[in-house]
Design a protein around this ligand. Structure first.
Ligand SMILES: [Zn+2]
Length: 152
């Protein structure tokens, strides 16, 4: 067994061993997104996201495609996201956690109950959780205020 190969593993695992980079990998599973979309979905600042993407690119985990001024990112191979989910399933069993880890649960698309606008949860300007533990997400145009008024 080549120890050289294990050294590569170690470098890749070091890069993956970061909560935000794990999120980026799962976010990009089976899809290509531009930087703006990723910022919205992850709730990260551009400089911060760029650092993560640079590290992921250095380990050939993501690839970038330029189209005019936009940069589009995707996974070099989707099986890395699958591998992370397998490890997560193992941990979930150990900790008896029900919720699976995938981009649907991590980056839910929510609907503003007032205006009906759809966006990712991290894009929402504000949110409230009612007495039944249901969370409502709101856009930027005063929908939260209207929601509070209707509810009271
Ligand atoms: Zn709204």
């Amino acid at each position: 067994m080549s120890t050289e190969l294990l050294a590569i593993d170690e470098e890749v695992f070091k890069v993956i061993a970061n909560k935000k980079r794990l999120e980026v990998i799962l976010l990009l599973e089976n899809r290509e997104l531009n930087v703006g979309q990723m910022i919205d979905m992850l709730g990260l600042r551009q400089a911060n996201l760029s650092q993560h993407l640079t590290l992921l690119r250095q380990q050939h985990l993501v690839t970038v495609r330029k189209d005019g001024k936009e940069s589009y990112y995707k996974l070099a191979d989707n099986s890395i996201a699958k591998a992370i989910r397998i490890i997560h399933d193992f941990l979930r069993k150990q900790h008896r956690i029900e919720m699976p880890i995938d981009s649907k649960t991590l980056f839910p698309i929510v609907t503003d109950p007032i205006c009906g606008m759809r966006f990712s949860a991290s894009q929402a300007l504000d949110h409230v959780t009612d007495e039944n533990n249901k969370t409502y997400y709101f856009c930027a145009s005063g929908c939260k205020e209207r929601f509070a008024k209707d509810k009271l």
